[in-house]
Design a protein around this ligand. Structure first.
Ligand code: GAR
Length: 189
């Protein structure tokens, strides 16, 4: 049996997609979903899907062992950041070496780093008249969007695509590839 813990900060459509993917896979459990936003839509999704959803605040995350202790009790094989926007503290990374992965909505190393998340990324892609964008799934280290790359997929852009269309194309790639990459990583553990 393999355990996954998911982290998200907002809507959680990737979280829901991942939960659905593993729903009929008896050897993988979603042990919980953690969020740093008390009113995040991802918590509504967890309620609906009957998955443990937990909120933590900045103090608990950065100044206590609270989140590390919760994670230790959930015993994840893999911690998956699916739209999680806070930097992961080094103590957490040390407890779970090579067990934390993130999805970024662009082709890193382009459009990564602090402040580069969600539509900010897509706006920058649009402003630079890129002809393609995509997704990057990578291990998490102590710097934003900097760890070893596990997977990238691309999508072609049209000059007519606005931020909304770019976001839709990127989300489509995320829904298709993220669960499969997680499943592959778990199978190698
Ligand atoms: C996703 O596109 C994800 O790649 C991005 O946030 C979105 C969350 O959507 N993550 C980042 O920008 C991290 N830097 P969702 O809440 O609907 O899954």
């Amino acid at each position: 049996m393999k355990n996954i813990v998911l982290f998200a900060s907002g809507s959680g459509s990737n979280v829901e997609n991942i939960i659905h993917h593993f729903h009929d896979k008896p050897n993988v459990t979603i042990a919980g979903v953690l969020t740093n936003k008390r009113d995040a839509k991802v918590l509504d999704r967890c309620n609906k899907l009957k998955i443990n959803g937990l909120y933590f605040n900045r103090t608990a995350f950065y100044e206590t062992d609270c989140v590390v202790n919760i994670l230790k009790s959930l015993q994840p094989n893999l911690i998956v950041l699916a739209g999680f926007l806070w930097k992961i503290p080094s103590g957490l990374i040390e407890h779970f070496p090579n067990q934390i992965v993130n999805i970024h909505p662009a082709l890193l190393p382009k459009y990564g780093g602090k402040g580069m998340y969600g539509n900010h990324v897509h706006q920058a892609v649009k402003d630079n008249h890129e002809i393609e964008t995509g997704i990057t799934i990578h291990y998490v280290n102590e710097n934003y969007d900097d760890g070893a790359i596990i997977h990238q997929s691309k999508t072609v852009l049209s000059p007519k695509d606005g931020v909304l269309e770019i976001a839709q194309k990127v989300h489509a790639l995320e829904y298709e590839h993220f669960p499969k990459v997680i499943e592959q990583l778990l199978s190698e553990m």
